[in-house]
Design a protein around this ligand. Sequence first.
Ligand code: NAG
Ligand code: NAG
Ligand code: NAG
Ligand code: NAG
Ligand code: NAG
Length: 342
Amino acid sequence: MQLAFCVPSFITLLLILSPNVIGVLTSQPSKHSQRMLRLSPDNNNQAKIVHDTALGTLYWFSLGDSYSETGFNASGTLPSVGNPLGNPTYPGWTGGGGANWVDYLTTTYNQSLTLTYNLARGGATINSSLVTPGQGVSLEDEVNTFLSKFANSPPSTPWKTWNTLFSIWIGINDIAYSYDNHGDRDAFTDILLDSYFKLVEPLYVSLDSDTKLPHLNRSPLMLTRSVSEQEKERSAIEGFNDKLQTRIDWFKGNHTDAWIWQWDSQAVFKAILDDPQSYGFQDATSYGNNPSYFWGNAYHPGGNIPDFNLIFPPLMIVIHRLATAHKIFAKNISDTLNIFPW
Ligand SMILES: *[C@@H]1O[C@H](CO)[C@@H](O)[C@H](O)[C@H]1NC(C)=O
Ligand SMILES: *[C@@H]1O[C@H](CO)[C@@H](O)[C@H](O)[C@H]1NC(C)=O
Ligand SMILES: *[C@@H]1O[C@H](CO)[C@@H](O)[C@H](O)[C@H]1NC(C)=O
Ligand SMILES: *[C@@H]1O[C@H](CO)[C@@H](O)[C@H](O)[C@H]1NC(C)=O
Ligand SMILES: *[C@@H]1O[C@H](CO)[C@@H](O)[C@H](O)[C@H]1NC(C)=O
């Protein structure tokens, strides 16, 4: 294993600053004058600039399950200028159809060239010994793919600690496949999270943990199940999220040299599902290939809708496409992580 290459010895951070406030953290970066600063904390825990360049190519390693997958094969065509997600053809194969949040952040909300290595795979669980993954690939396998192919920053993928982001959105299948099992779910969640954070360790360079599980007990699939089933899953998700927050806090406490963001997918799902119309969706339950549906299928937000306005000549009717769920996620992430150059 090439851990030496992917565990930085000091802090690295990507910051977007407008030139007149260099050295001062700002939450309102100028969209036109971005700088990439490499910071390290001084004794007073203030950021100290140790590197300052124009924003260049960024690398993003995305890990997770069908909520993030685009069908990328790490042995196939790698990301490059003009083809920032490598293979397959954009938007790739996504859980709910159409572009997903990884696609949008790579191509729409990026503020610099972002080369995205999306190792996420549908059905992924954290550890296949604990919960069998749906398609044979676990987070552990994804981490191993990163370690074996990319950790040593090969010429094909010359990422550096200061221009690279890792993201993980995992746990949905772990709960979905196990919430109904016998035994203490709470204790099992601890076992899952032990494994999760053992796997995060080698990635911690610049970690963005997309945390908190959304309310999948509110998915159309789960709504066809009994109220007690839904309640069981809800309770398992809440337990997972509470413990996950603690783990993230511990991880931050133990890695004060890493910049760690988290995005609360649960809050965004809740906001939309509680008031779908105000986000342009017909309701919280319909699913299929329709721009007014939140769900692309019974378990995945999405929709196989091209993301542009259609103009039909000669009538010249401009149809403003409603935002798809994943575009809303991507925008929310982009706005939430406003010191990272997306
Ligand atoms: C990935 O690509 C390699 C090389 O083309 C191929 O051998 C392998 O089967 C592919 N893996 C998957 C999961 O499609
Ligand atoms: C965002 O990514 C796209 C696709 O790689 C690229 O064409 C575009 O130039 C990038 N935007 C910025 C501001 O760098
Ligand atoms: C995966 O789970 C097995 C069984 O509990 C455990 O032995 C192994 O250490 C775990 N792997 C990781 C990376 O946590
Ligand atoms: C470091 O992690 C351990 C668990 O591995 C936790 O008990 C401890 O509180 C963490 N330290 C800090 C400062 O958060
Ligand atoms: C993200 O969405 C949540 C839930 O709707 C909202 O409370 C929050 O303000 C949003 N964040 C940003 C930066 O837009």
